[in-house]
Ligand binder design. Sequence first.
Ligand code: NAD
Length: 498
Amino acid sequence: MNDATPDSRRGHRFLDGQDRKLLIGGQWVSAARGATIATLNPSTGELLANFAAGDAEDVNRAVAAARAAFEGEWARFKPFQRQEILLKWADLIDANFEELCWLDTLDMGAPISVTRMRRQRVIGMLRFYAGMATALHGETVENSMPGNFASFTLKDPIGVVGAIIPWNGPLVACVWKIAPALATGCTVVLKPSEEAPLTALRLGELLMEAGLPAGVVNIVTGYGHQAGAALAAHPGVDKVAFTGSTGTGRRLIEASAGNFKRLSLELGGKSPNIVFADADLDAAVPGAAMAVFANSGQICSAGTRLFVEAPVYDEFVERVAAFGKALKVGDSALPETQIGPVVSARQLETVQRYLASGPSEGAIALSGGARLTGGDYDKGFFVAPTVFKGVRDEMAIAREEIFGPVISALPFSDIDDVMRRANDTEYGLGSGVWTTNLSTAHKMAKGLRAGSVWINCYQSTDPAMPFGGFKSSGIGRESGIEHLYQYLETKSVWINLG
Ligand code: NAD
């Protein structure tokens, strides 16, 4: 690796040595107890910034500000005005996109070439929700009551939303949580991940610049077990919108019991990516590799169980391994880097445990299989793209979410065999099918128990297409009209017309 320090990294305003603060009621404030947390660049291990370690007291202040905003000026905003704010925010994000890309890249390690490609996704998402702000409506309902009654429904904003997000794509995650809340008239307390909080704070500045009234969006950085847990249990929070691990999701369900919070949960996965022998293998090889290696495997819907039909299994997995070996792994700030580090030393340890457990259960690493070391690699948290062959369904690497660049390749005999085994998991988030047979494609789309089925592609997204999980992969859907309904309560109105 080369150790050049790109100007954009050196000169970033957020890396000026100042502690980053909380956004509460439109003001940037220190945590009540004054504590801070350090965030590191996972490519180099260098300190990027210190940020406020908010806790229950800060969450109390933020929830109070969000409640006051919900009942104040924001309640009088017309849909058109909420739309204007969202469009203004979209324009500001567009104008400051390069800076936001650097924050994501430096804070969580996605290569700069990759974060730069997210412009259309982020801006498109914002414009979609801005459009929806003026398209929401209740219904007039015919009733059969004796007498003369009018009946119709109203869609009310749910109230104060606690939004809790992970670190694997901060820019997208923030927008995905805040935009539907603003479109529907809710207010927000956002708790970014302690691993990568910087993008959220810059987005908070841009929201203020867009003219959002104070308190409509508040940002409390801090640890999950402190700020996160306080938000999840807070009686003043009406809904928690969460993206993160299945284990934390389970704790949030318990924490919601006190006031029956509405919950939407986007959780983990162990998604099957299925290659039939009749597939266009030239397209399926990069499709299978990047379904896992992209973002160093830190994508909830990564296609980590690679099922390949027996006649082409050996050849196909060799080709995927060769593809993985050719990828440029390195400092995420370098323009040529295709695969960056994993986010932290802790995440590296987790991935390394699975790299050891695979061979101990009989799997063979065709590529990778270890942390990358030597030279600058030693400073960061780099894992070589790994393809395990000889994997059996019951192995830990075939059942548990690793969240690293690790493919577990499994042979299958026919469509019935692979359908049963693909669905034999606690998860149900993504799934992929590679085939040229239309009938196989339709049968798989119908039979797979997963929130998304990608056929001859992987990870396609659109703000209008719902995304979410079956089973332990979550509750609810993000994107699409369904997403907006999760921020709304339905109220039935009856009028006795006499
Ligand atoms: P995590 O569950 O450890 O943390 C997610 C967020 O929850 C963080 O902000 C954290 O501080 C907070 N948190 C932790 N404990 C908490 C508690 N007790 N109460 C309240 N908040 C708490 O997840 P992570 O390691 O940051 O992210 C990786 C996980 O996220 C993976 O499992 C991945 O599959 C999942 N994920 C899912 C999706 C999806 O859309 N389904 C998208 C991205 C990531």
